[in-house]
Design a protein around this ligand. Sequence first.
Ligand code: CTP
Length: 207
Amino acid sequence: TAGPTYEAIDPVRFIGNHSSGKMGYDIAVSAANLGASVILVSGPTNCKVQSSLIEVIPVVSAEEMYKACHEYYADVDVAIAAAAVADYRPKIMASQKIKKAAEEFTIELEKTKDILASLGAIKKKQFLIGFALETENEIENAKLKIQKKNLDLIVLNSLQDIGAGFGKPTNKVTFIDKFFNIEPMDLKSKEAVADDILNKVIAFFYE
Ligand code: CTP
C-alpha cells in the first residue's frame, strides 16, 4: 500500500494527511526490478509508475483500501503496508456541501479499520511488513506494534531524524524483526531504503 487516504466530510471536503506516496511507490519499483509481480494499492497521490509488473489499484478512503487489500491478500507472498491510513473518519458524510453557519463546528469521528492488523490476523504464508511512525518510546512502541499486528518486520520511521519522513526524498529507518532484532540504518534516499526492505524479503525467503 502507498499514499494517504482521504476521508470525506462532504462532497467537497476531506480529512487527509501529508503522505506523498513516494516510499510505497519506490518499494513497488524495487520489487518489480527484482522480477516480482506487484499489486500497488494506492491512495490519492501524484506519484506515477510505468511497469508491466506493477498493477496500480487506486483507492481513496481507508475502507476502500481495506477492501482492495483483502481482495488480493490470499494470493500474495509478501505484503508491505507503507500507506499512511487515516486512523479516524467522519462518522457521517454529509450528502450536500456543508454551509457555513455557527461560529463553532464539530465533526464527530470514528475509527477506521486497521488494515495491517486485519491482514496480520489472517496471515498464512505471507511475509508481512508494516511501518511505524513514532515520536516517543520509538523502539518499545514499534515492538508492541509487531505483536499487536502479527508482523514479520517493522520499518520504524523517526520524525526526530533530520531529512526523514513525509514529503522528503530521504528516509532514516530502523528495522525490527519479529525476534526483536534491531538494525538502525543510515539516512539514505527512499529508493535505497526500498532496496533495503526488499533485501530483507530476499533474506527471509532465500537465506
Ligand atoms: N495502518 C493500516 N491501517 C490503519 C492504520 C495504519 O494498515 N487504519 C498501517 C500503516 O500502513 C502502517 C502501520 O499500520 O504500516 C502503522 O501505522 P501507525 O499510524 O504508525 O500506527 P497505528 O497502529 O495507527 O498506531 P498509532 O497511530 O497509535 O501510533
